[in-house]
Design a protein around this ligand. Structure first.
Ligand SMILES: NC(=O)c1ccc[n+]([C@@H]2O[C@H](COP(=O)([O-])OP(=O)(O)OC[C@H]3O[C@@H](n4cnc5c(N)ncnc54)[C@H](OP(=O)(O)O)[C@@H]3O)[C@@H](O)[C@H]2O)c1
Length: 225
């Protein structure tokens, strides 16, 4: 698969390297092409560096890892994203004292999708810190860490599920893009745990299904009143 990284910061560099290791063709894009080239050199595996425009042009899948700046301000033309799978890993800025307001009315992912309406936006990879990628794919896969996936395009979501699984995560379907409101709130919560509650950057959040209780010694679930 050809993957273009738009915004080679911590997220772009880390995910791009992991996907290059898995045999994907990766082009690291940055405002300064030298930064993209440096990431490509670190990645090896034939990865390339260039500008954000070149990355957007190159990829069938695009990682959009720029917070709070819309694609029309980053790319010469956003039409280059039409029909492509665009992964949104972004979280909003943390307010002073983690004093987040009420649950958002529109997620960053929905906003991004409205800015590039012909692209196939998938929310993913926003519920753990960069450090978790350093464990990927081994020993990460022993820990069943969820990547929460939201999209209105089932095929695009399946593509990103595959990319998550290859690098040691458990893809966890969260339904439509609208669910990104909850998943971004999970991103807020985990950053509060990491920083506010001082659990550190290896804290994360996953969905696990437990084995069914066989004896129901507590009487089982009764109808609520
Ligand atoms: N880091 C994490 O642990 C983590 C985890 C989950 C989600 N996230 C989310 O992922 C997103 C990226 O985080 P990050 O840690 O990778 O950030 P970062 O290391 O600060 O990188 C930010 C990237 O955005 C680019 N950028 C900023 N303003 C730009 C503009 N006006 N035009 C073009 N490019 C611009 C920067 O380019 P330059 O290098 O040219 O400045 C850089 O490549 C954020 O939304 C963050 O909330 C981060």
């Amino acid at each position: 698969m050809r993957i273009g990284i738009v915004g080679t910061g911590n997220m772009g560099r880390s995910l791009g390297i992991l996907w290059a290791e898995q045999g994907h063709e990766v082009l690291f894009g940055a405002r300064d092409a030298d930064k993209g080239a440096q990431a490509a050199e670190l990645a090896g595996h034939g990865a390339q560096g260039g500008t954000d425009d070149e990355a957007a042009q190159f990829g069938d899948v695009i990682l959009y890892a720029i917070r709070g700046v819309e694609p029309s301000a980053v790319l010469s033309s956003t039409a280059v994203l039409d029909g492509k799978v665009v992964i949104d890993c972004n979280n909003r800025e943390i307010p002073e004292g983690y004093a987040f307001g009420p649950l958002m009315e529109e997620s960053l992912a929905e906003k991004l999708a409205s800015q590039i309406p012909q692209a196939r936006v998938v929310k993913a990879f926003n519920t753990f810190a960069q450090e978790v990628f350093e464990l990927s794919p081994e020993p990460l896969k022993d820990h069943a860490v969820s990547v929460f996936l939201c999209s209105d395009d089932a095929d695009a979501k399946q593509v990103v599920a595959g990319l998550a699984e290859q690098i040691g995560f458990v893809p966890t379907d969260c339904g439509p893009l609208r669910s990104a409101r909850m998943v971004e709130a999970l991103g807020d919560f985990i950053r509060f745990m990491i920083g506010g509650m001082k659990r550190g950057p290896y804290a994360t959040i996953s969905v696990h299904e437990l084995p069914e209780a066989t004896d129901r010694r507590l009487g089982g679930r009764q109808p609520g009143s």
